[in-house]
Design a protein around this ligand. Structure first.
Ligand SMILES: NC(=O)c1ccc[n+]([C@@H]2O[C@H](COP(=O)([O-])OP(=O)(O)OC[C@H]3O[C@@H](n4cnc5c(N)ncnc54)[C@H](OP(=O)(O)O)[C@@H]3O)[C@@H](O)[C@H]2O)c1
Length: 287
C-alpha cells in the first residue's frame, strides 16, 4: 500500500469488500461526556472524516451529537464502533448494534468491530462465542446496518478460529501499533488475508512524547512528535488513529502529508525498544 497515494485525511484505502476507509482516524477513547461532543465536532470541522468510538468508551451519544453539530453530512463521514466483552451471543450483538445506532443517532455504522477476542468471562469458550458473534455481524452487514465488519486485538489464532466458519472475511484488525511496538506476526498474517491494519495508540497513549529518539527524529523532519508517529504508522500501510482534545493538536495531527520519513528512520522507529509500551497478550488480560 503506497502512502504516496494518500495526500490528505479525506483520501482512502480500500477494504477487502470494496468499501473506502479514510486513511486517518480520530480516536475518542477516554474522552467523556460533552468533551467528546466538543472534540469530535472540532476534529470533523478541522478535516477528519473518520471517527473511532466503541460501546465500551461510554461516549457514543456525545460522539453522535458532535458529528451532528459539525454540520458535515453523514454520508461524508466514516464511523466505527465496537461490540464490548459483555456481548457474546447472536441476539446480544443485534441488540448492541441497535443501541449503538440509536446512541450515535445514525441508521448505519461504517465499520463494526469485535473489540476483544477473548474476554475473561468467556475464556473457556471464546472460539464458540466469537463464531456466534460473527454470524450476527454478518447478518447486520447483509441487512445494511453496517458497511464493513472487522475485529480488534485479534492474533493469528483468533482469526484462524473465526475463518473456520466465517462467510464474510473481516475487513480490518485494529491493533496497538506505535514506534517500538509492531506485532509483525499478526500484521503479516493480516496482510496475507487482505485484512487492513488500523493502528491504535500510535502515540503510545502519549508516552512517545518523552522518547529521546522520537523527539530527535521529529526535529530532523521539522515536525512534532505526534506528527512523526502518525506519519510512521501511515507509511507502514496502516490507518493511524490519533486522539486529542486540544484544538491545536487536532490540527497538528492532520498535518502529516507534507513529509516522508526515510527508510532508515522508519526501521529505527520500528525497532526502538519499549519506550512507548508494548501490546499485551489479549488471552491474559484481566477483563
Ligand atoms: N481497539 C482498542 O482496543 C483500542 C485501544 C486503545 C485505543 N483505541 C483507539 O485508538 C485511539 C488512539 O489511541 P489512544 O487513545 O491510546 O491515544 P494516542 O492517540 O496514542 O495518544 C493520545 C494522547 O496523546 C496526546 N496528544 C495527541 N496529539 C498530540 C500532539 N499533537 N501533541 C502532543 N500531545 C498530543 C493527547 O493529549 P491531548 O488530548 O492533550 O492532545 C493524549 O494524551 C483511541 O482514542 C481509540 O479510538 C482502540
Amino acid at each position: 500500500m503506497l502512502t504516496t497515494n494518500v495526500k490528505s485525511a479525506a483520501d482512502s484505502f480500500e477494504l477487502i469488500n470494496g468499501v473506502k476507509i479514510p486513511c486517518l482516524g480520530f480516536g475518542t477513547w477516554q474522552i467523556e461526556g460533552s468533551a467528546a461532543d466538543l472534540a469530535v465536532a472540532e476534529a470533523v470541522r478541522a478535516g477528519y472524516i473518520h471517527i473511532d468510538t466503541a460501546a465500551a468508551y461510554g461516549n457514543e451519544e456525545f460522539v453522535g451529537s458532535g458529528l451532528k453539530r459539525s454540520g458535515i453530512p453523514r454520508e461524508e463521514l466514516f464511523l466505527t464502533t465496537k461490540l464490548w466483552n459483555n456481548i457474546r451471543t447472536y441476539d446480544e450483538a443485534i441488540a448492541a448494534c441497535e443501541q449503538s445506532l440509536s446512541l450515535l443517532g445514525t441508521d448505519y455504522i461504517d465499520l463494526l468491530l469485535i473489540h476483544w477476542p477473548n474476554p475473561l468471562k468467556f475464556r473457556a469458550c471464546w472460539k464458540e462465542r466469537n463464531t456466534e458473534l460473527w454470524r450476527a455481524m454478518e447478518q447486520l452487514y447483509r441487512d445494511g446496518k453496517v458497511r464493513a465488519i472487522g475485529v480488534s486485538n485479534f492474533c493469528e489464532r483468533h482469526l484462524d478460529a473465526l475463518f473456520e466458519t466465517a462467510e464474510i472475511s473481516p475487513s480490518v484488525n485494529q491493533i496497538r501499533v506505535c514506534p517500538g511496538d509492531i506485532d509483525e506476526e499478526t500484521i503479516s498474517y493480516c496482510k496475507s488475508k487482505g485484512i487492513l491494519i488500523e493502528g491504535y495508540s500510535v502515540l503510545g497513549t502519549g508516552r512517545a512524547l518523552d522518547s529521546a529518539l522520537i523527539v530527535e527524529t521529529a526535529k530532523k523532519y521539522g515536525v512534532g512528535v505526534a506528527q512523526l508517529c502518525i506519519r510512521w504508522c501511515l507509511q507502514n500501510g496502516f490507518v493511524p488513529l490519533a486522539r486529542s482534545v486540544s484544538p491545536e493538536h487536532i490540527m497538528q495531527n492532520l498535518d502529516i502529508f507534507g513529509f516522508e520519513i526515510e527508510p532508515a528512520d522508519m526501521v529505527a522507529l520500528s525497532e526502538m525498544v519499549g519506550e512507548c509500551g508494548v501490546h499485551e497478550n489479549p488471552d491474559e488480560r484481566p477483563f
